[in-house]
Design a protein around this ligand. Structure first.
Ligand code: SF4
Length: 349
């Protein structure tokens, strides 16, 4: 398929089309790609961006991912939040306006149990209309319990779809099971989750091959769990405590990241495009105008970071440290409406 066809034939996803859009040649066509991506985004999502915030509840982890500050070999002090402490954090986020919250944890199954998450969810439901999780992979039965408790969305990144790289980065612990991780979003889909979040860690493997693999994964999920909405995140590696940046052999430029996002938007018009505070203000503001549909704001990546324990171990350094109000004001200034709530627990049937 040539580039012109790939940009303008609105035939949805095919590996050929995506391959053309992420090719080196397509880098000379970013302007028309951005124009088309913007049109599609506004048609499908209006002039809106949904805002959410992460709530880190534990930085304990049994895995040894060398690219993450929470890896079990790190001797840095750890923090777990009781339900009461987690609710204090959530109250701060609710007061800032958030109604969508993302519970994040290392693989800490001894403490972050299904009953813990169910009880926390019950309390969060008082203030939040949608609760997502970004935790360890769980069974279908556990996802059913979590869904029944009011957790309706999930994000789980494969980190890398390349089996050899995956084995190299995940040498022990439950995370070394590639297939169990790969099937996670299917299990969540079976349990009824309404939003399934995909991503890979940008920097670990070749980005073009990863984008193609992630798109295949998304296509399968969309066909099988058509009631759910698929979202793409773009976690580009960030500096973190005790993490050697030489691991990130496949880091990409801003231009390549833009190309990846545009290509996915053109191929998947209904997918959410999520942008976290890993990226800089300038990058986020520019991409909000083109294809982003969901953004985090004012994020802390350490348990207790919103309330008091500022010094606890954070997963990575954020690049955009503006407050939620500042991000909302930025969106207003570029003609977009920040949306704090676009779901209601009454819909979770
Ligand atoms: S990336 Fe996740 S599983 Fe790996 S060490 Fe960090 S928190 Fe644990």
């Amino acid at each position: 398929m040539n580039i012109q066809q790939a940009i303008y034939n609105d035939a949805g996803y095919s590996p050929d089309r995506l391959n053309a859009l992420i090719s080196p040649e397509a880098q000379n066509h970013l302007e028309p790609m951005a124009k088309r991506a913007r049109q599609i985004t506004r048609q499908r999502f209006g002039n809106t961006i949904q805002l959410y915030a992460p709530l880190y509840v534990s930085n304990f982890c049994v895995n040894n991912c060398p690219y993450c500050a929470f890896n079990c070999k790190s001797k840095l002090p750890r923090t777990r939040l009781t339900i009461e402490d987690a609710c204090k954090e959530a109250d701060i986020l609710a007061a800032e306006g958030f109604r969508h919250i993302l519970i994040v944890s290392g693989e800490d199954k001894n403490f972050i149990t299904v009953p813990y998450l169910a009880e926390l969810s019950k309390k969060l439901r008082e203030n939040f209309s949608s609760i997502s999780i970004e935790i360890y992979p769980a069974s279908t039965e556990d996802y059913q319990k979590l869904f029944a408790a009011g957790i309706d969305s999930i994000a789980l990144y494969q980190e890398t779809y390349d089996r050899a790289d995956f084995a190299r980065f995940h040498t022990s612990g439950p995370k070394s099971d590639y297939d169990w991780r790969l099937d996670t979003l299917s299990r969540a889909g079976q349990a009824g989750f309404r939003s399934l979040g995909l991503g890979f860690l940008i920097g670990l493997s070749d980005w073009q091959a990863q984008t193609l693999a992630m798109a295949e994964h998304a296509d399968i999920l969309m066909k099988k769990y058509w009631q759910a909405r698929v979202s793409f995140s773009f976690p580009r590696m960030r500096p973190a405590e005790n993490v050697d940046e030489k691991l990130f052999r496949y880091m990409i430029t801003d231009t390549q990241l833009v190309q990846m996002m545009l290509a996915l938007r053109l191929c998947f018009p209904d997918a959410e495009i999520v942008m976290s505070t890993r990226e800089s203000q300038t990058f986020r503001d520019n991409m909000a105008k083109i294809c982003v549909t969901r953004m985090s704001a004012g994020s802390k990546t350490n348990p207790g970071g919103y309330a008091e324990k500022e010094q606890s171990l954070q997963q990575f350094e954020v690049a955009d440290d503006r407050t939620p109000a500042q991000v909302a004001a930025m969106l207003n200034s570029i003609g977009l409406e920040p949306v704090w709530k676009d779901w209601d627990k009454a819909f979770n049937k």
